[in-house]
Design a protein around this ligand. Structure first.
Ligand code: 5GP
Length: 191
């Protein structure tokens, strides 16, 4: 998606430790007109699919998922990160290792909101080593729901997540794939 690549080139900041900061439009301040274009693009790519619900993970996936959901006209369900499991009722749970915070979370989704009838599209901001996506797909599996695919705004193609997810047979649509990045030269994108 050229608009996204241009935005990353203009506003993205490459930090030490293979972290790309896009705080001016995606991860802190959110550019809503731009996110609407992201939502439209996910809808265009998954137009042939029946989707009943969008699943994401807190926190930074939520805004993107909500705007995308407007185009699919479905609810958004976000997995909560918890150490206390203090959610009412029964939950599906999976462990996710955070790339940016370097710790392991339990992520939970209430059984009430995810059932075997659901056809799920997972949406997230970044794909790095794939841990968040693997955890979410595990929760979909526990529910007996169908995983239609995953829509990622920025895939870091030099990390292993994309390969793992595609090898799992999951339909993965990444709007920009960064093949290399460094603090001096910024990002190189896959064509
Ligand atoms: P993974 O689970 O694929 O290793 O990492 C994906 C998660 O880590 C995303 O939900 C995202 O929040 C965070 N993340 C991974 N890499 C980056 C990055 O380069 N920049 C930012 N801002 N977040 C990242």
């Amino acid at each position: 998606m050229q608009l996204l690549k241009d935005k990353i080139n203009k506003e993205g900041v490459v930090k030490k430790g293979n972290v790309l900061k896009v705080d001016s439009f995606l991860n802190h301040q959110m550019d809503i007109a731009f996110l609407e274009e992201i939502g439209k693009e996910f809808k265009r790519r998954f137009a042939d699919e029946t989707i009943t619900k969008i699943l994401t993970i807190e926190a930074s996936g939520i805004g993107i998922a909500c705007i995308t959901a407007r185009y699919f006209q479905v609810p958004v369900l976000f997995a909560k990160k918890t150490q206390t499991k203090n959610i009412a009722g029964e939950v599906y749970t999976s462990k996710v290792e955070s790339f940016t915070h370097n710790k392991v979370y339990d992520v939970i989704v209430s059984k009430q909101f995810l059932t075997a009838d659901d056809r799920i599209l997972i949406i997230d901001d970044f794909l790095a080593n794939g841990k968040a996506l693997i955890g979410l797909s595990d929760i979909v599996k526990q529910a007996g729901a169908s995983l239609v695919g995953a829509g990622i705004v920025i895939e870091k193609g030099f990390q292993e997540g994309g390969r793992i997810i595609r090898n799992m047979g999951i339909r993965l649509e990444s709007l920009a794939i960064v093949d290399a990045m460094d603090e001096k030269n910024g990002c190189t994108f896959r064509q």
